[in-house]
Each structure stands twice: as structure tokens, then as C-alpha cells.
Design a protein around this ligand. Structure first.
Ligand code: P1T
Length: 389
């Protein structure tokens, strides 16, 4: 298929066809897994663009093509994990840079910033949904990078990407958006002016809870070259087999995301009307504080729900032990439904005081709604709630 045709395709088609071209040598409709470390050269330095798999691998290249097309970026860099993508960005900044980071981010990102990169850079946390506060922090700290997750993990706060990018650009600040929760199917931050998009491919992009991977997508050639050089030097590349699994998983991204969302919307409404639930946070609910921003910048509202049980830590623990169809586990974005307790699990590395200030309380539960039958999922939550009455 011609490149010009691929560009004009809808996302659902891009998921299947970009990087999914038949193998030139055999016509195989599925991409070969180039399970090789090295490539034979005809003369020293003479090769077909591939020298060593840490640097490049044809299976990985296909995945990078697909991701770049889905996020509407020139370049994509596939890494060994979402957190290693974050690490590369941190290393790409000159030592002593200031990063303004959203105050509610994945616990592992918080840990990376506060226990690894705090000696190299200055990291300042700010509520990026509060544009006035953000403007004043930009003036005060003169950062080189604004780091946002939207929706955030785990509180699902939504930042107006266009608005904050405009603000950042006025002060020559670059913006990175961690787009993991929406996947490229429901949100495209580069289209809204962001400079870098980060994904934990471990989640929706792969979608089957069997690969750890990350990606960066961007348009800036100089920055891309720097990030690639860092990856080649530091080494967090993804294995050919894992890239192949992601290529397979991504083919169904569109139908999976639609199914996650449909289930999550029904479950969030059901939870909202349940007497044992204090509060539900889901971007698709009218009650969500940034519902109107969600409708403006996202083409869907995803499969993540956060809710507060009426009760305490004990109630949460009992409830989490009683679910059957939902599995009590970290991570998200797979076809199977997961449930977890952010304060004890995914966000344990955030100091308790900070966690409580943010609202990550002991009665907070996070759901990654899978694509099972929604009534089975509701039934499971209902029986678990019933058992902690
Ligand atoms: O796990 P890894 O592929 O390294 O991705 C890290 C990461 C980055 N960004 C966001 C928004 C994330 O949610 C994650 C990983 N999150 C979990 C493991 C979790 O359960 O929240």
C-alpha cells in the first residue's frame, strides 16, 4: 500500500495496516519476528540500515511506524518500558533543568523523579488543571519542560492540553503528555500542540497484559536524534518478540477501546447510584469536574474508573478480597478487568502526607474495566459490596 494512502486512513485502519505490510520476501501477511542480535555486513560499515538490535530492529521499526502514524507524529521511539521512556526524556534535558510536573502522576513516575532524577534536575509538582497556578509556577521556576498526565493516575484529573500548551509556549517551555490512559485511539496530544507524547505500551496499546513496553512520539528531529542516541547508549530497547506482540495487540486497539469505554460508562453510572459509594470519578460522567474538557479534547473517555467507598481501610481491604471476576492487581489496560488499592499498591512510593493532600485516601479504589460482559462485572462488584455492608 502506498504511504500516501496509509496517511489518509482512519485510526482503526492504521492500527492494522501501518507497519502491518506483507513481508517483501515471502508475502507473509504477519510481520516476521526478527529475532536477531546482529546483521551481516557486506563490507565494514556497509549494511542495509541495521547493525545491532539495541540500535535498530526491523520488527521494532514496524511498531514505531504504526505508533507515529496513530499519534500523528514524525518519529516514534519504542523502549523497554514506559518508565524507561520517561528516563530517556529526563536524560535528554541539560543537567540542572527544571521540570514542572503534574501533581497526580503514576507512582513509578513520581519515584523516578523524586528518588533518581532529583539530583540531576529540579522537579516541581503542580496541579496542571489549575491554569492560574500553573502560569504563576512557570513564571517563578522558568522550567524547560512541563510534564502532564491527562487523565491522571489515579484521580483521573483532566488538564486542558491546548490551554496549557499555549501558556507553556509563551515562555518557550516544551510540553510532554503521558497519554497512557487514553491511548492514541482516544486522544492525540501532538494535534493539540504538545511536543512529546509518552505511552506505557504495557497498557492499552498492547492490551493483553503480556508485554512491558514504552514509547515516545514527537516531531522534533534534533530531539528525536538525541533520544535515539540515549536509548542506544543506555540500552533500554524492546525485544523483537515483545515488539511483535505489541504489533499484534495494537491491531484490535479500536474495538478494544470502544468496548472498555462502553463498559466503564455503564459501571460508573451504576456505582454513582450505589448507596455504599461515596463518590465516583470517570471522565464520561457529567459529574466529573472536567467533563467538558474531556468532551472537547478526547474522542472517548476510556476504561479507567476511580471511586471512594463509604468506609475505611478495612472496608477497602475486605471489598478487594471479595471480588472474583475483577483481579486484584497493579497495571491496567488489558482485556481483563483489574481492581487495585492505589495507596497500598501503585502509589505506595508517594509519601502518605502528599498522598492524602492529593486525595489518594484509604477508601480509594481504582478499576481498569476490561471487555468482559458488563453485567457480569456489575454482578461481581455488587456481591463484593454486599459482603462489606
Ligand atoms: O510500567 P511501565 O510500562 O514502565 O509504565 C509506567 C507508567 C507510565 N505512565 C503511566 C500513566 C502509567 O500508568 C505507568 C504504569 N502504571 C501502572 C503500572 C499502574 O498500575 O498504574
Amino acid at each position: 500500500m502506498k504511504k500516501s494512502i496509509l496517511k489518509s486512513l482512519d485510526k482503526a485502519s492504521k492500527c492494522i495496516h501501518v507497519g502491518g505490510h506483507p513481508d517483501k520476501e515471502t508475502g507473509a501477511i504477519m510481520p516476521p519476528i526478527y529475532q536477531t542480535t546482529t546483521y551481516v555486513q557486506s563490507s565494514p560499515g556497509v549494511h542495509s540500515g541495521y547493525e545491532y538490535t539495541r540500535s535498530h530492529n526491523p520488527t521494532r521499526t514496524r511498531l514505531e511506524e504504526c505508533l507515529a502514524a496513530l499519534e500523528n507524529g514524525k518519529y516514534a521511539l519504542v523502549t523497554a518500558s514506559g518508565i524507561s521512556s520517561a528516563m530517556l526524556v529526563m536524560h535528554a534535558l541539560p543537567a540542572g533543568s527544571t521540570i514542572l510536573c503534574g501533581d497526580d502522576v503514576y507512582g513509578g513516575t513520581y519515584r523516578l523523579f523524586t528518588t533518581v532524577f532529583h539530583e540531576l534536575h529540579k522537579i516541581v509538582f503542580v496541579d496542571t488543571t489549575d491554569t492560574k497556578e500553573l502560569a504563576s509556577k512557570i513564571k517563578e521556576h522558568k522550567p524547560s519542560l512541563l510534564w502532564i498526565e491527562t487523565p491522571t493516575n489515579p484521580l483521573l484529573k483532566i488538564t486542558d492540553i491546548k490551554k496549557v500548551v499555549t501558556l507553556a509556549k509563551q515562555s518557550k517551555v516544551k510540553t510532554l503528555v503521558d497519554n497512557t490512559f487514553m491511548s492514541p485511539y482516544f486522544q492525540n496530544p501532538l494535534n493539540l500542540g504538545a511536543d512529546i507524547v509518552l505511552h506505557s505500551m504495557t497498557k492499552y496499546i498492547n492490551g493483553h497484559s503480556d508485554v512491558v513496553g514504552g514509547a515516545l512520539i514527537l516531531n522534533d528531529t534534533t530531539l528525536y536524534k538525541k533520544l535515539w542516541k540515549l536509548q542506544n547508549s543506555l540500552g533500554p530497547c524492546q525485544s523483537p518478540f515483545d515488539s511483535w506482540l505489541v504489533l499484534r495487540g495494537i491491531k484490535t486497539l479500536s474495538i478494544r477501546m470502544e468496548a472498555h469505554q462502553k463498559n466503564a460508562l455503564k459501571i460508573s453510572k451504576w456505582l454513582e447510584s450505589h448507596p455504599q459509594i461515596e463518590k465516583v470519578l470517570y471522565p464520561g460522567l457529567k459529574s466529573h469536574p472536567q467533563h467538558s474538557i474531556a468532551k472537547k479534547q478526547m474522542s472517548g473517555t476510556g476504561g479507567m474508573i476511580t471511586f471512594f467507598l463509604k468506609g475505611n481501610l478495612n472496608t477497602s481491604k475486605k471489598f478487594l478480597q471479595k471480588v472474583n471476576l475483577f483481579s486484584l492487581a497493579e497495571s491496567l489496560g488489558g482485556v481483563e478487568s483489574l481492581i487495585e488499592h492505589p495507596a497500598i499498591m501503585t502509589h505506595a512510593s508517594i509519601p502518605k502526607e502528599t498522598r492524602l493532600q492529593l486525595g489518594i485516601k484509604d477508601n480509594l479504589i481504582r478499576l481498569s474495566v476490561g471487555i468482559e460482559n458488563v453485567d457480569d462485572l456489575i454482578q461481581d462488584l455488587a456481591q463484593a459490596l454486599n459482603s462489606v455492608k
